[in-house]
Design a binder for this molecule. Structure first.
Ligand SMILES: Nc1ncnc2c1ncn2[C@@H]1O[C@H](COP(=O)(O)OP(=O)(O)OP(=O)(O)O)[C@@H](O)[C@H]1O
Ligand SMILES: [Mg+2]
Length: 449
């Protein structure tokens, strides 16, 4: 508990003022007293108090009135209402207008300790939140991209750099890492930002359809073409074309696209005239294109053309320090959207979010927070609000500190456990003989539990 906390006791009764004063001073708090609301407000003008203990019933200015003024003028100051048994209703009302807690008269010292523990926890959470928020404001050079890990900082400077040029950029990363978000940021920072950003998911179209989407067509170009239509190359002209899932396009399309990139001209389907196009190409993929090239599934000439600059977004589990910032960002977003007053995550909740493997990356984290906010009945989210996150098996395989020996042990242990230590079945699954499995059990000193 933070004994440097400053406490102000506001009560018209001398006995209460004195007993509280003694208790707090003995516990080491810096304590002062005021005998009326007006008196308290004068003192608040002069100095900051972390917590006020305010009697509900006072002549002239009631505890209620004082509470309202304090919450408006000094929102950082916590207020605890002191009230007599039989006026619980008004205590509840006080909580609704911002009191942090209430004490029922007559109270015992351990009740005071409990209240103080709660208050100091709240203050700590609040200051952690303010710190994170300050960090967020400082680093949000890109409206909506959150993260201050080293790899994210590198990405920010890369975005600034590439935005000044027209060079094609390929954005690499697992699902949900924010590839489209980064593509948009490049467009917004570039001098093409007054013309459209046109995203197209290449994986969503069969080849023939993708061709007509990109090149456009003239009336009668094919059955069903009842009118002429501009393709995405033309729509994006002057702006940015973002081809998502570029690893999905056929080799024929790769040849066609390469030509467009070189000549900066297109011909609509069913037409012979050439049209000048001037778009900046950004692309993204979750696949390893170099591997696809080796497998003969992707053209290297096309790859080198779109891969002038590449931006690789690491998976969330490799930049865990971004998790609290992102979590708070989404917490704010969804408590605003749902008009629910859920505004903090406790330590343990943050820890459990940090230890999750996030195979779906930022998108998965966003969904998890949204779900927790929607279902939460309290202001603070705890690990219980995230029990739906399954501990994922991928974590251990991503834990780069695990030695091969430990991994072997862990894996054998899992298989044995899953099969109730049935040696034949486990050996079968592991693809080794029973004798080998016995040897390994002995070597790793494993025992049935
Ligand atoms: N750094 C970040 N800050 C804030 N929001 C983020 C961040 N990264 C991702 N998001 C959010 O996560 C969601 C997924 O991001 P996005 O669609 O850009 O991912 P993606 O890499 O394109 O995924 P996919 O490969 O599945 O298409 C979006 O709602 C996006 O706003
Ligand atoms: Mg995407």
């Amino acid at each position: 508990m933070d004994q440097q906390m400053k406490i102000l006791i506001v009560d018209d009764e001398l006995v209460v003022r004195e007993s509280l004063y003694h208790w707090f001073s003995r516990e080491g708090y810096q304590t002062k007293t005021a005998k009326s609301g007006t008196n308290a407000l004068e003192m608040l003008e002069q100095e900051f108090f972390d917590t006020l203990f305010v009697d509900m019933k006072m002549p002239k200015m009631s505890g209620f009135e004082l509470l309202e003024i304090v919450k408006k003028r000094y929102p950082e100051t916590a207020v605890v209402i002191i009230t007599a048994y039989g006026s619980i209703d008004s205590a509840v009302k006080a909580m609704k207008i911002g009191a942090s807690d209430y004490l029922l008269k007559p109270f015992k010292p351990d009740q005071l300790s409990l209240v103080m523990e709660k208050i100091s926890q709240q203050i700590q959470l609040n200051s952690e939140y303010q710190y994170l928020k300050g960090q967020m404001d400082k680093i949000c050079r890109f409206d909506n991209i959150i993260g201050e890990s080293d790899p994210m900082k590198k990405i920010y400077s890369l975005i600034e750099e590439v935005a000044k040029t027209d060079a094609p950029v390929i954005i690499l990363g697992e699902t949900g890492t924010g590839k489209e978000l980064i593509a948009k940021a490049i467009h917004v920072k570039s001098n093409r930002n007054n013309l459209p950003f046109v995203p197209l998911n290449c994986g969503a179209f069969p080849d023939s359809l993708l061709e007509s989407e990109l090149f456009g067509y003239n009336k009668g170009a094919f059955t069903g073409a009842s009118h002429s239509r501009k393709g995405f190359f033309e729509v994006a002209s002057g702006g940015t074309l973002f081809l998502d899932e570029i690893g999905e396009i056929s080799q024929k399309m790769q040849v066609d696209l390469l030509r467009v990139l070189q000549e900066k001209k297109i011909t609509r389907l069913g037409d012979t005239r050439q049209i000048d196009v001037d778009f900046r190409l950004l692309s993204a993929t979750r696949q390893n294109l170099e591997r696809k090239i080796l497998a003969g599934q992707f053209r290297s000439d096309f790859f080198y053309r779109i891969n002038i600059i590449s931006i690789e977004i690491p998976p969330l589990r490799e930049r865990k320090e971004d998790i609290p910032l992102l979590a708070y960002h989404f917490l704010e977003k969804y408590s605003r959207e749902t008009a629910k007053n859920v505004d903090t995550l406790d330590h343990k909740a943050l820890e459990s979010l940090k230890s999750h493997g996030w195979p779906g990356n930022v998108r998965e984290l966003e969904n998890a927070i949204e779900r927790a906010v929607v279902l939460s009945k309290a202001r603070t989210l705890t690990p219980r609000d995230f029990v739906f996150l399954k501990p994922d098996a991928s974590i251990s395989s991503h834990d780069k500190t695990l030695s091969l020996k430990d991994m072997e042990k862990q894996y054998i242990d899992t298989i044995l456990g899953d099969n109730q230590w049935n040696i034949s079945r486990s050996a079968d699954i592991l693809g080794i003989s029973r004798a080998t499995l016995h040897r390994m059990i002995k070597r790793h000193n494993m025992k049935k539990t």
